[in-house]
Design a protein around this ligand. Sequence first.
Ligand SMILES: *Cc1c(COP(=O)(O)O)cnc(C)c1O
Length: 388
Amino acid sequence: MFSDLAEQLHKREQQGLLRQRRILESPQSSHITMAGRDYLAFCSNDYLGLANHLDLIESACKGARRYGVGASASHMINGHSSAHHVLEETLAEFTGFPQALLFSTGYMANIGVVTALVGREDAIFADKLNHASLNDAALLSRAEFIRYPHVDLALLEQRLSATNARRKLVISDAVFSMEGDIAPIYELIALCEKHHAVLLLDDAHGFGVLGRQGRGSLFLPDCSSIHSPNIIYMATLGKAAGVFGAFVAAQAEVIETLIQSARSYIYTTATPPLLAQALMTSLKLIQQDEWRRDALTQNIVQLREALQSLPWKLLPSSTPIQPLLIGDSAAAVHISQRLRERGILVPAIRPPTVAQGTARLRISLSTAHQPQDVLRLTEALQEIALQA
Ligand SMILES: *Cc1c(COP(=O)(O)O)cnc(C)c1O
């Protein structure tokens, strides 16, 4: 086996596909120290600048003093602390659902929800650009797995009409992680109601950022359908919320079923309660600091205006994920390297993560970026474009 592995790794390296980790030596922020050098970074999901916020650090310390460091048991044995419980109640209230359940990560939440709710007699209908965790979950569930082209609702409806599956689960990212576009949520919910299907909405990139008070994409102005019982809402707490973990919010029957049978919920250690304590502070800031979303929006507007004249096009996106479409993989890597030489980090995303011929620079904006940071990036890209 080992010589086989070595050979495969060597092939990967020759094709320029070997992924490498670089070592971060500072907290996550707009300005970071990595592998001994300072960078202006446009890579993280810390959209609201909370990952290194003093109030969150203080809450985590208080949480550690009260609960210790480790939960040391699963939620079903005796690891479910009052900090977890209060956070679940607060998240349910914040997102407008009867109940919520914490998971250790978004990946585990998606695996747990899908495998607990559907099986062999059921069908999953999934957007082709959904997150990898949702696809893995679908395969693990053994339900029929039907993928529809990105946001092609006509095709989705055809497939929903044609199925005679017992349970029907439609799955979509709310904000697509490599495109930055927002799913047609209202239409998805209407389709689900019409066809007696349930919608699992993954709002990893919308929670904290979109909607009134950062309550997520179900609180966008054109989404008055929050009260549909056909929605299972999922979001991570390691992106805009700046901490770690994830949650699912839904009707009581759904949450109770997850507690009884979601294996990635049951068979794992509860997250440290100190994180739940930090998340309570994070939620307070998400809700009250409207200026964080305003500053983020200004950064998005500034970037889009400044990059209009480039030979490469920004994909249509109103979210902090701003992909600059390059096309050719080698060209995308080259531009990313030129930026890095200037002390600016923007990841190049290539196939198979995105479709052939659509390699891109994935620019992630944050409240932590100052207008001069965005200016430094746009000026560097304009210079690189002139040399190309
Ligand atoms: C990041 C992400 C996840 C996984 O969340 P983690 O908490 O990082 O495990 C799931 N879905 C989407 C769309 C994501 O972007």
